[in-house]
Design a protein around this ligand. Structure first.
Ligand SMILES: *[C@@H]1O[C@H](CO)[C@@H](O)[C@H](O)[C@H]1NC(C)=O
Ligand SMILES: *[C@@H]1O[C@H](CO)[C@@H](O)[C@H](O)[C@H]1NC(C)=O
Ligand SMILES: *[C@@H]1O[C@H](CO)[C@@H](O)[C@H](O)[C@H]1NC(C)=O
Ligand SMILES: *[C@@H]1O[C@H](CO)[C@@H](O)[C@H](O)[C@H]1NC(C)=O
Ligand SMILES: *[C@@H]1O[C@H](CO)[C@@H](O)[C@H](O)[C@H]1NC(C)=O
Length: 498
């Protein structure tokens, strides 16, 4: 073992600031791709029969919550999808992660009326990807609930479970012969915590510690039911896989005292585990159940603000991811905090966790306050997921770097970010035994970044959002990523070893 480690160090190159960059080659069958979401790139918000979704409504009715910008046109990928496929082909990726806009194929959300133009849009996209040997990795819900369903309560209405299953069946019937990799939900923590808790994201409902948990509950059961339906009705003939994408920071203990170690673990369980535990083990993490129940009691509630799964629901959701996915951007430190004073009738998720979470000032900043560059956190997070969930296959389904979108020469910023994160992820794969099988960089192009509008960007291609043609222009990082995906090497190929 020692010898092996020494070899690795000898063959690694030292990056400018003491980071080692692995010179090993990723496995031949590693899935390299980029990721996107319908609302962020498509535009065509009311084109050809598309229905309104909660992001159309939020950006139109509450522009102040969305940097006074919207995705009405965005990258115009509704019209320019062929050009995007050409860019993907030029980059050499073998996978493309994108989402289907529910309200484009089913304008009201219900399956009783579908939109042929919307159905054709994704049919054509999928066919073009496959013709170029790019595997589609398809997200069914990337935050854009049809407003008809939201007006009925959205994820706070248990009927949403069945509406989602109907939508999923509709997608499997139409696209399932061509799509073998399905993601039900993207980042349910964001959907629920910020859609129904803090209100920062559409549908902008403010109900912290209550509706966020109800949303999570219905979403998890919706996922489980859709998974079972695929298993029963499609798996035999289509033979695809179904999973969920969960996002989390890595939480590093602020010190090695047991209270801080426990504080970091508790954050991971309340963040990744909120969804990861139910779909793997059939229930929420014990610590979530205990803390929310006891705080609810102190606040005067008759029962816990965290809903309870019935035995039947536990069986439905238990073991419903064919592999694990994680979106990684940054990390935080966590330390124990003195138990906060209970404010009656003032529930919220952060108080339920009850720790201090912060990022040290000397961590490398980006343009976004919460986003520090912490490459080593990515290795620790996938290792934690691997250890916690019994060494499953894991895919990183998002990872990318924020800047203000004006920087074309981004090798030392965005290029370096992907290089350092990938190097750490490769260490997880080769040194820690994590079964990491793919990496989807966010993003192919600049796009509409939700509440930030167009003010922050992560693309390998710049898009001029004031030009009606929405031209794409390569940033230097696109060339670096092309090198990585075509050679499997983070360093120049002549320095790379198998
Ligand atoms: C579809 O079903 C919804 C909900 O039951 C109903 O409101 C709507 O009128 C139906 N649409 C059509 C075209 O039948
Ligand atoms: C989930 O399934 C596993 C394996 O069958 C089982 O050990 C576990 O008890 C189940 N969880 C729940 C909450 O029923
Ligand atoms: C990793 O996952 C892949 C895909 O599920 C599987 O084929 C492979 O055997 C796994 N490798 C290890 C070492 O578990
Ligand atoms: C964008 O970021 C770059 C690099 O940090 C900086 O030089 C430039 O002034 C910024 N532009 C705007 C409009 O903030
Ligand atoms: C974007 O497009 C507008 C309109 O065509 C043009 O005036 C502007 O110079 C372009 N900006 C960049 C950075 O190319």
């Amino acid at each position: 073992m020692d010898v092996l480690i020494i070899c690795c160090c000898l063959f690694s190159i030292v990056f400018a600031d003491d980071y080692f960059v692995s010179n090993r080659r990723f496995p031949k069958n590693f899935k390299f791709g980029t990721a996107s979401a319908a609302y962020q790139i498509e535009g065509g918000w009311d084109a050809d029969g598309k229905g309104e979704n909660i992001w159309d409504r939020s950006t139109h009715l509450y522009p102040e919550k969305n940097s006074y910008q919207n995705g009405d046109i965005a990258c115009d990928s509704y019209n320019k999808w062929e050009e995007d496929v050409e860019l993907l082909k030029g980059m050499g990726v073998n996978t493309y992660r994108f989402s289907i806009a529910w309200s484009r194929v089913l304008p009201t959300g219900f399956v009783n009326s579908s939109n042929p133009a919307g159905i054709a849009y994704y049919k054509n996209l999928i066919a073009a990807l496959k013709a170029n040997n790019i595997e589609p990795l398809v997200t069914m819900h990337h935050w854009d609930i049809p407003t008809v369903l939201e007006d009925l309560g959205g994820f706070t209405n248990p009927e949403m479970q069945e509406w989602f299953v109907d939508y999923a069946r509709f997608l499997f019937e139409i696209y399932g012969d061509d799509v073998k990799e399905w993601i039900t939900f993207n980042e349910p923590k964001q959907t629920c915590e910020h859609g129904y808790g803090t209100g920062a994201l559409a549908p902008n409902i403010v109900s912290p510690g209550i509706k966020d948990y109800i949303c999570g509950h219905n979403l998890i059961i919706a996922h489980g039911k859709a998974y079972r339906m695929y298993e029963q009705e499609f798996k035999n003939k289509q033979n695809g896989r179904v999973t969920m994408v969960i996002d989390s920071n890595w939480f590093e203990p602020a010190s090695d005292i047991p209270e801080d170690v426990e504080a970091a673990e508790r954050n991971l369980l309340f963040t990744y585990g909120w969804f990861g535990h139910p779909v793997n083990f059939g229930d929420y993490p014990e610590i979530m159940k205990e803390r929310i129940a006891s705080r609810s009691q102190l606040e005067g509630f008759e029962s816990s603000r965290l809903p309870t799964f019935t035995e039947e629901e536990k069986q439905i959701i238990n073991g419903t991811v064919d592999y694990m996915c994680v979106n990684i951007y940054t990390s935080s430190m966590a330390s124990a905090s003195a138990e906060p004073v209970i404010k009656p009738l003032n529930p919220d998720r952060d108080s339920d966790i009850g720790t201090n979470v912060f990022q040290p000032d000397d961590w490398e900043p980006t343009v976004t306050s919460w986003f520090k560059v912490v490459p080593w956190g990515s290795r620790k997070l996938v290792k934690w997921i691997s250890d916690t969930y019994g060494h499953p296959e894991i895919m990183v389904t998002e990872n990318g770097y924020h800047d203000n979108g004006t920087v074309i020469h981004d090798i030392d910023t965005r290029g370096r970010y992907h290089k350092l994160y990938l190097s750490n992820l490769q260490d997880a794969l080769y040194k820690d035994g994590v079964n990491l099988t793919g990496y989807m960089a966010w993003a192919l192009t600049d796009d509409f970044e939700w509440q930030y509008g167009y003010n922050i960007q992560l693309g390998f291609y710049q898009v001029n959002f004031t030009d009606p043609e929405r031209p794409r222009r390569p940033k230097d990082s696109s060339e670096y990523y092309r090198h990585v995906v075509t050679t499997g090497c983070l360093v120049p190929e002549e320095e790379c070893i198998d």
